[in-house]
Design a protein around this ligand. Structure first.
Ligand code: SAH
Length: 274
């Protein structure tokens, strides 16, 4: 599609991919709010649009269901090509299993010329991605300090990724003694994968390894559980849950999970003398 198809007399449109954070509006960056205010059209998955609906003031809303990612990204791109100011909302951080990638892939596949707002008029539309608090950071904050050392995130969703790839990555992360963050751990239909991953992890970590299970982080109905690898399957896990499996050094202190960075080993005498 070329610039000539823009509504006549207008400059390039704008597509802002807006990260909406884990849930409550207090966790949305001021820049994201400004982008929503400046938009004429707000597009997104119904659940995320509903979370930010209190922030909207009369913008046109295009809310679609979960499986309609392609459709809503394409619609957002088409509206921006027509010269409109569009905000595409994406939960957590848009660049982590979010909409930023799909938007850019669509632009690349259609050979659209996109660039940041300072790119001037020589683009089909301006594209900007506004970052947000990802579920892993929200969950880590609720659990204490589980991500203080090297960590890996793996999505257990095998809708787009072959199951062998997922298990290979989990296996390598466990071999490397990484803290492991499990996104998309389980849904009504994907109900055996989490147990399979747990069994795989038990080959490398003891059953006492601390595990944090966080459901609906920073949303209504939040649940935070610190359990162990041996017992983790006894807790309720759904698509609004994220799981953090500690490494061999992670320990529990009161309601918190701590993965030591190594300060105490190196400077411990200084701390205990105070
Ligand atoms: N872009 C998002 C991730 C989208 S993938 C981010 O940056 O976090 C969707 C998965 O993210 C869910 O299945 C769940 O594992 C996790 N997730 C997203 N929001 C969450 C929340 N508030 N609490 C717990 N897990 C969440």
């Amino acid at each position: 599609m070329q610039i000539s198809q823009r509504d006549s007399g207008r400059g390039p449109g704008r597509l802002t991919v807006v990260s909406t954070g884990p849930g409550f509006p207090e966790y949305i960056a001021p820049q994201a709010r400004a982008a929503l205010n400046a938009a004429q059209v707000v597009a997104g998955y119904r659940t995320y649009v509903d979370l930010i609906r209190p922030l909207l003031q009369g913008q046109e809303v295009v809310a679609t269901g979960m499986k309609a990612e392609m459709e809503r990204c394409r619609a957002a791109v088409d509206l921006a090509l027509k010269g409109r100011r569009v905000a595409l909302v994406s939960g957590g951080d848009a660049g982590i299993y979010g909409m930023a990638g799909l938007v850019l892939e669509i632009c690349a596949a259609r050979r659209l010329k996109v660039g940041p707002p300072e790119a001037g008029n020589e683009v089909d539309f301006h594209l900007e991605v506004i970052p947000g608090i990802p579920a892993l950071a929200a969950a880590a904050a609720l659990l204490g300090a589980p991500l203080m050392h090297d960590f890996v995130a793996v999505s257990l969703s095998d809708l787009l990724t072959p199951w062998e790839t997922i298990t290979r990555r989990v296996e390598l992360a466990a071999q490397g003694d990484f803290v492991i963050v499990l996104y998309n751990p389980q849904s009504k239909r994907r109900n055996w994968q989490l147990a399979a991953v747990r069994d795989l992890l038990l080959k490398h970590f003891t059953p006492e390894t601390p595990v944090g299970v966080v459901r609906r982080a920073m949303r209504e109905g939040q649940e935070v559980v610190v359990t162990t690898l041996g017992k983790m399957l006894t807790h309720e896990v759904d698509m609004q849950t994220i799981i953090i499996v500690g490494n061999s050094q992670t320990y529990v202190y009161g309601p918190y999970m701590i993965t030591p960075r190594g300060y105490l080993g190196k400077y411990g005498s200084v701390i205990s003398n105070q």
